[in-house]
Design a protein around this ligand. Structure first.
Ligand code: SF4
Length: 246
């Protein structure tokens, strides 16, 4: 069970089934420009913050990685892609300049860190974009978002994935405080929030219940139905073929 699996299920159980359970779903998945764009920006920041990667330490190095990592899939036209490419370049230059000025003493201890926590009926897994540690020992999860135009503390406090990551860090590094930051790259903004131990306990119980419910889900339990969310969903034609579709 991962934050993506659970949020997909909460958005639409049929979407969950086509994505993770029924293999017919994979034939309907289309490339998306926002995934391509986000993956490229993540790659640049991963290389910049990876302490084992000594080749990327300046804005110029990062722009070179950006060029090498560019993914052109999913764009509607070459013009749309060129526009996104230019915007991405500007985001990379600004972000790296800001990162070079960051608070001394804060160390990046991991990038693309895979974490897991055995919750009994299932294992909760997650991959954090970046894990920093402050001089007082506090861990800070940093999650990059390439599509958001704003971010607030409240957004972070209510974000399902950020709560999962905080739970995973608490379980993997007991005794350390943890906070979570969403870095909205396009908005050039960051916001931070932290769940208390008591809040995480309530959240853990909710995740356990949800996970058990998802594990018990079968394709026969959910009929596809028309709703706002269906717009833009890759599985529309698959759902329409379902005799129960309404
Ligand atoms: S088309 Fe609608 S009902 Fe079908 S999977 Fe997508 S969101 Fe769910």
């Amino acid at each position: 069970m991962s934050p993506s699996r659970i949020t997909t299920y909460l958005a639409c159980p049929m979407k969950y089934l086509w994505t993770y359970v029924d293999s017919r779903g994979k034939w309907y998945l289309k490339a998306k420009s926002y995934y391509s764009f986000g993956t490229t920006l993540h790659k640049v920041l991963e290389r910049f913050h990876d302490t084992g990667d000594t080749g990327v330490s300046t804005v110029g190095d990062a722009l070179k990685v950006y060029e090498e990592s560019w993914i052109d899939a999913g764009y509607a036209s070459p013009e749309e892609m060129q526009e996104a490419y230019g915007e991405g370049k500007e985001i990379v230059a600004y972000t790296i300049e800001e990162e070079l000025k960051r608070e001394p003493g804060v160390k990046t201890v991991a990038v693309e860190k895979f974490l897991k926590y055995d919750m009994g009926p299932f294992v909760l897994i997650g991959r954090v974009d970046r894990l920093d540690q402050h001089p007082d020992g506090t861990f800070e999860i940093v999650d990059y978002k390439s599509g958001r135009y704003k971010v607030t503390e409240e957004d972070v406090a209510n974000d399902f994935a950020m709560a999962c990551y905080q739970l995973l860090i608490r379980k993997n590094f007991p005794g350390y405080d943890v906070k979570a930051t969403i870095h909205a790259l396009r908005a050039k903004a960051r916001a931070t929030a932290s769940l208390s131990v008591a809040e995480l306990q309530v959240f853990e119980n909710d995740v356990r219940l949800l996970g058990e419910q998802i594990l018990a889900t079968s394709i026969d339990d959910h009929a596809p139905s028309i709703k706002l969310l269906c717009e833009g969903c890759d599985f529309q034609s698959l759902c329409r073929k379902d005799p129960r579709y309404s």
